[in-house]
Design a protein around this ligand. Structure first.
Ligand code: NDP
Length: 419
């Protein structure tokens, strides 16, 4: 029996919260703690009559370490699940250390203000040293390793789908299928259609920052960066069909390069339709994807934040999205001296997710593993003092839980490879 404090009440959080409520044997109490109290209360009102899990709510400013810490000290959870925004990762980690509880998240730290000179100096040094220019990387959170170790607390990083399930797939392939993995291609296909000319499936500010950035991949011990969307492949996805996909930088490449011994190449591909790419290019060309403040009639406005206000709320896409996602990894390597390849993937149907929880599949595929990671931390199966990515733990209980909690997976031998 355990208590989980969940920070955030958006698309992903609402799935994680509902899955915790389905799993009352583990989570007998949860607290929904987010910026807008009315959203937390509305969700509590909807869910409380349907679950044995006792639900509390609180208005929390996750940018304020003291506010988060004082809620933790008042409410005494066993762990905090951060499904707010990556901007808040470090304050929430600090609050967990201050109040003495475990920490779980789904996305690595990203600076909200990319013009902040203190952040910028560290970022520019890292770009030169490592060779990729994404605004997010693991160094900020890995730097908490000793603090969490000394406090005897676990910080579990990246327990969503990608990163998260894809990283656990890598640990599972390593444990059961290979002596050495040589290449990993992570393929993220969303074959869903929401009917809008342009919308994003999760927080649009984060999504657009991610996909408009230069792509990069890991090969022979170093990063190779390429212009955004300049490597394109077509793949025939089981249960979805043929889609164009583009090479992107993605955060799990960084942790898998460190944690999968002997890996020679890791790439990440995501599918995009032509209409999405044309809209994004146009928005970028006119300056709407800028992350720095501009003066507008005496007020400072960050264009990408303003754009977020204009676009459909990803949490509202559920009823109108049809089709399926297929996300997984193709591994090549050797076992018992022979070359082999496998593809592990999950297929998730947008409308099935909507019927079950009122969400589309992108929130669903992230919220379910967020609940599973939290469960494994609070029940002790994945507790180890320090800061760890999901692939650093035994993948078996996580893989079993995926089947049980709505994300069944398939292992396919000798798949078609990506050239
Ligand atoms: P949303 O924008 O839908 O939700 C974010 C929530 O965080 C909102 O409820 C928001 O409050 C709350 N929030 C924002 N700022 C604060 C603050 N200062 N204090 C307290 N609460 C705050 O985002 P998503 O649900 O789409 O994404 C959530 C997380 O999941 C992100 O970190 C994202 O990167 C990650 N993600 C990970 C994926 C993976 O596979 N690993 C895939 C998709 C997303 P309010 O309601 O007031 O706006």
């Amino acid at each position: 029996m355990s208590k989980l404090m969940i920070v955030g009440c958006g698309g992903v959080a609402s799935v994680a919260i509902q899955k915790c409520c389905q799993n009352s044997e583990v989570f007998d109490e949860i607290m929904i703690a987010s910026r807008t109290l009315s959203k937390c209360e509305a969700l509590k009102e909807k869910l409380q009559p349907t679950t044995k899990t006792r639900i509390s709510t609180g208005a929390v400013d996750a940018n304020d370490m003291r506010d988060v810490s004082s809620w933790i000290k008042t409410w005494h959870p066993d762990a905090v699940l951060n499904v707010a925004l990556p901007y808040q990762d470090l304050t929430i980690m600090d609050a967990c250390l201050d109040a003495g509880v475990h920490y779980i998240d789904t996305a690595n730290y990203e600076a909200e203000d990319t013009e902040d000179p203190r952040w910028r100096a560290i970022y520019e040094e890292r770009c030169k040293r490592l060779g990729f220019t994404a605004y997010f990387d693991y160094s900020w959170q890995w730097a908490y390793q000793d603090k969490f170790k000394e406090a005897g607390l676990t910080a579990l990083l990246g327990s969503g789908f990608d990163p998260g399930v894809t990283s656990v797939f890598a640990a599972y392939a390593q444990k059961h299928y290979f002596d050495e993995i040589h290449t990993i291609d992570i393929l993220d296909c969303n074959g869903g259609d929401h009917g809008y000319p342009f919308a994003t499936n999760f927080n649009s500010e984060l999504n657009l920052r991610e996909v408009s950035a230069p792509g990069s991949y890991w090969e022979d011990g170093k990063w190779i960066e390429i212009p955004a969307m300049s490597i394109k492949r077509e793949y025939d996805f089981p249960q979805v069909g043929k889609k164009d996909m583009y090479l992107l930088h993605h955060e799990e490449i960084e942790s898998l390069a460190k944690n999968i011994p002997g890996v020679k190449r890791i790439r990440f591909f995501m599918t995009f339709g032509q209409s999405y790419l044309t809209h994004m290019k146009c928005l970028e060309n006119v300056g709407m994807l800028r992350t720095d403040p501009v003066n507008f009639r005496g007020q400072k406005i960050v264009p990408i934040q303003f754009l977020k206000e204009l676009l459909p709320d990803p949490a509202s896409l559920g009823p109108r999205t049809v089709g399926k996602t297929n996300i997984g990894c193709i591994f090549t390597g050797v076992k018992d001296g022979k070359e082999k390849s496998i593809y592990i993937y999950n297929v998730c149907d947008h409308q099935e997710c909507y019927k079950e929880l009122g969400s589309q599949a992108v929130s669903y595929t992230t919220g379910v593993p967020a609940m599973i990671g939290s469960m494994l931390v609070v029940n002790g199966q994945w507790q180890k003092p320090g800061v760890y990515n999901v692939e650093e733990f035994d993948p078996d209980p996580f893989m079993e839980a995926l089947n049980r909690w709505g994300l069944p997976w398939v292992v396919c031998e000798n798949p078609k490879l990506v050239d």
